[in-house]
Design a protein. Structure first.
Length: 333
């Protein structure tokens, strides 16, 4: 009987090929498992974090655990602008972003900086959940290559002042810290205030030393930052209800199967509704706390304010090519 000679190198190559094939098959077998990194700037008691937790729970349930979410809050991944840039580069999957911080990347995002944009809370909800919200989301996505999944938010912005605000006349000459966006500056100048740019970290001291007389903020953050200790007067202008973008890197989105994309969108929309309700409740609770701790609330003529700023804002909105979107928002029901 003739014994067949076996090339040991060939055998080794065969075993290696088999091992590589097995590894490849193993990877393919687990290719549907997805881990998403979700960065945000809130602490664990904020609507940001609670909404992220709900998003994680909904995805785990819908995917039978195949889609996991790692939540990285409290700005551990950097400022919101930095996190957005990470998403544009595909280095971060999901985040919650203030649209006012990404206007350098998306001119359309400026639409959310227009004051007195919503008639009331119901109108705000209708805009975000309806066709107008999806149109805005798609346009921002087209400009940035970061997908807007849904909208968080819910803080009602008021005027915080060191002096009483008994009427709109008290706004005259008020050094008011505002974000440096043209619609805001135009509106508050029309109301007689003196819009002033100041870093967030300097506001408390600025109020103490008289560098500014007030600022614009939501009750939750007025309370968190203790601004009412040095500026105890709050004018109830409700000139804005905050909008925050729930975002996902387009690169991360493209790696998902169609079924996984549907799961992500469903979880995003449901978590957004939950997070908005949480923030609305936290906002109302914070306003009550401010009164308990000595702040004085001042009712302001919101209709008169809207009429005063309408003309000056119209030209700014046109200049920013936002007339169409603004009209769609105003007409939304």
């Amino acid at each position: 009987m003739t014994q067949k000679w076996i090339d040991p190198n060939r055998t080794a190559r065969g075993l290696l090929s088999t091992a590589l094939l097995a590894t490849a098959l193993g990877i393919a077998g687990t290719a549907q498992a997805v881990d998403l990194r979700f960065g945000h700037g809130g602490t664990e008691d904020t609507a940001y974090h609670l909404g992220a937790e709900r998003f994680k729970e909904l995805l785990a349930e819908a995917s039978d655990g195949e889609i996991g979410v790692e939540i990285l809050g409290n700005s551990v991944l950097g400022h919101e602008t930095e996190m957005f840039e990470q998403q544009m580069a595909g280095a971060l999957d999901v985040s919650i972003i203030n649209p006012g911080l990404i206007t350098d990347f998306s001119p359309v995002a400026n639409v959310f900086s227009i004051p007195f944009l919503y008639r009331d809370e119901e109108h705000w909800q209708a805009v975000l959940d309806g066709e107008v919200g999806r149109e805005i989301a798609d346009r921002i996505s087209d400009e940035t290559d970061v997908r807007i999944l849904a909208f968080y938010g819910g803080g009602k912005r008021q005027i915080v002042s060191t002096e009483p605000l008994e009427s709109l006349d008290d706004l005259e000459g008020l050094k008011l810290r505002t974000n440096p966006t043209k619609p805001l500056i135009t509106a508050w100048e029309a109301l007689g205030a003196d819009p002033t740019v100041m870093e967030w970290e300097e506001i408390y001291t600025g109020l103490q030393v008289g560098a500014i007389d007030g600022l614009l903020n939501e009750a939750e953050w007025i309370h968190r930052m203790r601004f009412h200790e040095v500026a105890p007067h709050i004018g109830l202008s409700e000139h804005d209800i905050t909008v925050r973008l729930l975002t996902m890197s387009q690169m991360s989105w493209d790696r998902l199967s169609e079924e996984q994309q549907e799961m992500v969108m469903s979880a995003a929309e449901e978590s957004a509704g939950y997070a908005r309700q949480v923030q609305l409740e936290q906002d109302a609770e914070a306003l009550d706390l401010l009164v308990e701790e000595g702040a004085t609330l001042h009712e302001l003529d919101r209709q008169a304010m809207m009429e005063t700023v309408a003309g000056p804002l119209e030209s700014v909105i046109e200049e920013m090519n936002l007339t169409e979107l603004h009209r769609m928002i105003v007409d939304a029901e």
